[in-house]
Design a protein around this ligand. Structure first.
Ligand code: Z5A
Length: 211
């Protein structure tokens, strides 16, 4: 049974997830919490290998279904080896992306069936659902600019055209509307400090109410 707190971050590439996760991880550790921070795809030895296949620009012709199964395989491994044990021990788990990414990228943007993707992900994870999901919402152009400024190399999925990204941008807002109790939409275009203040206050409020 889950005893800890499960927090996930979602958004387009360059939306600032990694930056905010680092700030939250540091803050919670300083406050004395036991924190496990991880990433999707990846976060385990096998997940790391799957990540390399998924993001490899040499695999541009990968079928959408194979891509979906690889994301789910990485997640199944991460949940069973890292996330579920940590939550059972009462830890705070912070994960960079989770099933919302598959629903949006593979379900909505790739055009696979959204409900089926969610069901498969539930099956892969034993129905673990985040307690809070922060969606960092930034315009496609802003995300791109940040990636350019940081000289970040584009992986296979980041190389997709703007039309694909438009579907992701809209898809995220759509699932946020449907999951208002869980997904907190944050204006990711604000400065890092004010974004973090919003995230911190939500997490603190949640921890206070959980006591
Ligand atoms: N994917 C999928 O299709 N299906 C799935 O089920 C899953 C994933 C789980 C994984 O890529 C890819 O897999 C991803 C979705 C897909 N592809 N896309 N697109 P990844 O893990 O390698 O990377 P990412 O998650 O897409 O994004 P990222 O490159 O890690 O970016 P980020 O974490 O969101 O942003 P950041 O590194 O924190 O910030 C980027 C730069 O902006 C950096 O220089 C910061 O200093 C700067 N920054 C951050 N915040 C701000 C603010 N507020 N103002 C100004 N500058 C800022």
């Amino acid at each position: 049974m889950k005893k800890g707190l499960f927090i996930t971050f979602e958004g387009l590439d360059g939306s600032g997830k990694t930056t905010q996760i680092k700030l939250l991880d540091d803050y919670l550790r300083e406050k004395g919490f036991d924190v496990v921070t991880t990433i999707e795809p990846g976060g385990t030895e096998i997940g790391g290998k799957i990540r390399n296949i998924l993001l490899d620009k040499g695999n541009l012709d990968m079928s959408h279904k194979a891509e979906t199964f690889l994301f789910l395989a990485s997640r199944a491994e991460l949940v069973s080896k890292v996330i579920a044990p940590a939550l059972r021990e009462g830890k705070i788990v912070i994960c960079d992306r989770f099933f919302d990414s598959t629903v949006v990228y593979q379900g909505i943007a790739r055009g696979l069936e959204e409900k089926q993707i969610l069901d498969m992900s539930m099956w892969a994870t034993g129905k673990i659902v985040p307690d809070i999901t922060f969606l960092l919402s930034v315009k496609i152009s802003r995300g791109k600019k940040r990636m350019d400024t940081a000289s970040k190399k584009r992986d296979r999925i980041e190389l997709e055209k703007d039309n694909f990204k438009k579907k992701i941008y809209k898809g995220y807002l759509d699932i946020a509307r449907k999951n208002k109790d869980r997904i907190v939409v944050i204006d990711g275009e604000k400065n890092m400090e004010s974004i973090f203040e919003e995230i911190k206050s939500k997490v603190c409020e949640y921890l206070k109410n959980k006591k």
